[in-house]
Design a protein around this ligand. Structure first.
Ligand SMILES: Cc1ncc(C[n+]2csc(CCOP(=O)(O)OP(=O)(O)O)c2C)c(N)n1
Ligand SMILES: [Mg+2]
Length: 530
């Protein structure tokens, strides 16, 4: 058995599992791991400027590419800085590995039990007591990351364990997805019967479709039975929102869509618990997470990863039922009518619609857009038309202000050949502005669009409209964004209207500057739709 220190044991094990990238901030307590990364060229190390960005970037990488990424942070404050990204990855079912220092960390009487902090935000946490234990912990971490519901996983390696040397036996890698039990054939059969006999079915697709790489199978079923598809925020792009059966995100405040949805006799909810049903509607649930299915109302539930379940379901449907090609015309006309009303330019808010159309016009079909928690971001949930899976990333129910830009950088590292654009406000962008340095240093040419109203605009509007104009803490003093971007070594552009935004994006897409780009779009106070 070779002799090695804990840092080498960790990095060699990560490389053996196929990990390609580690985001982190180096520091005492993990020097051996950094040194092992130096001698392991198959694992790229990207040093970020705040641990928050390490976990956000790992999340963006994982969700965009479908592969695992890791964040390596020092014990104590390093981990605590990273937790916001770990929580967001938990909420978005994103498989990231977090490696941090000690389990117990005493400082001035404050005892920090990191396992207790990481525990609720991860699906599994392992703790190494010696270098020899590290390979099997890493192996178990990857089994967890690549099986069941994807979620963050943690490994704690205390500084003394990183530094210690002993004989270490490297274990064999997990080798792709862990074997999973196939879906229950009776449930699949029953679901197929419901689908083929339903008169007005709808498919409600969530982020689980993307995580399972099952988007094409969902589209196949939709096409075969002519079933319209709505999505959650996380499910946007499960089928192209330009597909004649796509009704986009299920915006329940848009009355025509709400009415239509309440008239469905069957809902097929795949990879999500974020759907609404009412009495009298039959529901088929497909979810990898047994707890999500839990005690909720459903007619048939199929527990399992959406890929094998949809394979089995599509086969059973093909065997059982008639193709509904004859229904195509009527169904597609309904979809067209609702979309026509929803995207009718005369009912759109300006300037939001103009900006959205500029973004559509400039970006290629496979671009990845990251929605920040800002007014244009909210608008994009409804009106940005994602053209395929893994092309629209959000912080889901977590609603994390500030994560859009670092998630975009992680997505760009994971998908260097795709155009990646974050849509932020001035408030949110400044949460992680320091990562412009990382972008320039490593040549991560994502595009940051910053809609600048010099305010936490949506909070300001609530103060004006709902609290008698009691404005407090929401008007912001900002830097000159363009000059700031230039000072980081990025390319900064001011785009004062939709045409200028389109032009600036087109130049960025064409890679005219060969640099990370920040486009500042000054806006006034924006109206809200709902
Ligand atoms: C981490 C975090 N802190 C605070 C909030 C509350 N919050 C949501 S949106 C928002 C203001 C966003 O301002 P900006 O990014 O400028 O976008 P705008 O509303 O002006 O379009 C705030 C403070 C949050 N969602 N997350
Ligand atoms: Mg703002």
């Amino acid at each position: 058995m070779p002799r090695m220190n804990g840092g080498e044991a960790l990095v060699r094990s990560l490389a053996a599992e196929g990990l390609r990238v580690v985001f982190g901030v180096p520091g005492a307590g993990q020097y051996e791991a950094i040194d092992a990364l130096y001698t392991t060229p198959s694992v790229r190390y990207i040093a970020v400027r705040h641990e928050q960005a390490a976990s956000y970037m790992a999340d963006g990488y994982s969700r965009a590419s479908g592969e695992v990424a890791a964040a390596l942070v020092v014990e104590g404050p390093g981990l605590f800085n990273a937790l916001s990204g770990v929580a967001t990855a938990y909420a978005t079912s994103s498989p990231i590995l977090v490696v941090s220092g000690g389990h117990h960390h005493r400082k001035k009487g404050l005892e920090l039990d990191e396992e207790a902090w990481m525990g609720p935000l991860t699906k599994w946490v392992g703790r190494a007591k010696s270098p020899a234990e590290i390979p099997s912990l890493v192996h178990e971490a990857f089994v967890q990351l690549r099986s069941g519901r994807p979620r963050p996983v943690g490994i704690e390696v205390p500084p003394a364990v990183f530094a210690a040397s002993e004989e270490v036996n490297l274990v064999q890698p997990a080798g792709g997805s862990a074997a999973s039990v196939g879906p229950d054939p009776q449930a699949v059969q029953r679901a197929a019967e419901l689908l083929t006999s339903a008169r007005r079915p709808v498919i409600w697709a969530g982020g689980g479709v993307m995580r399972a790489k099952a988007a094409t199978l969902v589209a196949e079923l939709a096409d075969y039975l002519q079933i319209p598809v709505v999505t959650t925020r996380q499910g946007k792009g499960a089928i192209s929102e330009l597909h004649p059966l796509s009704l986009g995100m299920a915006e329940m405040r848009f009355q025509p869509l709400r009415n239509w949805l309440t008239k469905r006799d069957l809902i097929l909810a795949v990879g999500t618990s974020h759907f609404t049903s009412r009495d009298g509607q039959k529901v088929i649930r497909i979810d990898v997470d047994e707890e999500e299915i839990g005690g909720s109302d459903y007619t048939v539930a199929i527990q399992g990863d959406a890929y094998p379940v949809m394979m089995a379901l599509n086969r059973a449907v093909a065997a059982a039922g008639p193709v509904r090609g004859d229904k195509a015309e009527g169904v597609q006309a309904e979809v067209m009518e609702i979309n026509g009303a929803r995207f009718d330019p005369s009912r759109q808010l300006q300037p939001q619609w103009g900006f959205m159309e500029a973004i559509h016009a400039a970006l290629p079909d496979d671009a990845i857009v990251i929605q920040g928690m800002n007014q244009m971001g909210y608008y994009s949930r409804n009106y940005y038309r994602a053209k395929g899976p893994h092309s629209y990333l959000t912080s889901s129910s977590h609603g994390t202000l500030g994560c859009a830009y670092p998630i975009a950088l992680g997505a760009k590292v994971g998908c260097p050949d795709r155009v990646v654009v974050s849509v932020s406000g001035d408030g949110g962008f400044l949460y992680n502005v320091q990562e412009l340095s990382t972008a320039v240093q490593y040549g991560i040419n994502a595009v940051a669009v910053v809609f600048n109203d010099n305010a936490y605009g949506n909070v300001l509007r609530a103060q004006m409209e709902e609290f008698d104009g009691h404005v407090l803490g929401t008007r912001l003093h900002n830097p000159d964004f363009v000059a700031m971007a230039q000072s980081f070594g990025a390319h900064g552009v001011l785009a004062e209207d939709a045409d200028a935004l389109q032009g600036a994006l087109e130049a960025a897409v064409a890679g005219e500057n060969g640099k990370p780009v920040l486009i500042e779009v000054p806006v006034g106070m924006l109206d809200r739709e709902f």
